[in-house]
Design a protein around this ligand. Structure first.
Ligand SMILES: Cc1cc2nc3c(=O)[nH]c(=O)nc-3n(C[C@H](O)[C@H](O)[C@H](O)COP(=O)(O)OP(=O)(O)OC[C@H]3O[C@@H](n4cnc5c(N)ncnc54)[C@H](O)[C@@H]3O)c2cc1C
Length: 111
């Protein structure tokens, strides 16, 4: 098989996810990062993996797949994670209606 090389620019989560994805497909990957280490959004976020925030269908399926990849990566690298779920509070009537509608969908679809 010919040697496959790839270059990824940026060592944030997107760059690293792409680099990992290429590496598992047999590419020799080089990541270029303009800083000594990643200092962008990927080190400032809340660390939530939150598929429920995605709309039904392709995006939701993709989010579930991302979650399972994250779990593999964490297990492989010995990184801590906790599957705690999330708590959603309604601050007004409209938000309460949305939560109730969502809860009904869960009952209907058995999610
Ligand atoms: C406060 C906050 C909370 C968040 N919470 C969550 C959360 O809980 N869950 C979640 O999923 N998402 C969350 N996000 C969103 C998430 O953090 C971002 O969507 C994600 O980190 C973006 O990753 P990135 O790789 O695109 O960008 P970055 O992490 O910014 O990485 C881009 C990298 O590319 C490098 N770069 C850019 N240009 C070049 C160049 N020309 N040459 C070399 N290197 C270059 C930069 O130096 C940087 O290191 C949050 C975001 C914020 C701001």
């Amino acid at each position: 098989m010919p040697h496959k090389n790839a270059i990824v620019v940026g060592a944030g989560i997107l760059g690293l996810a792409i680099a990992r994805s290429l590496a598992v497909r047999g590419y020799k990957v080089t990541v270029f990062e303009r800083n000594e280490k990643c200092v962008g959004a990927s080190i400032r976020n809340f660390g939530m993996i939150w598929p429920v925030g995605q709309p039904d269908g392709l995006l939701y399926e993709r989010a579930l797949r991302s979650k399972s990849i994250w779990k593999d990566v964490c297990a492989g690298a010995g990184l801590w994670y906790d599957e705690v779920g999330s708590l959603h509070l309604a601050y007004n009537k409209l938000e309460s209606e949305v939560i109730n509608e969502f809860a009904k969908q869960i009952k209907i679809n058995g999610l």
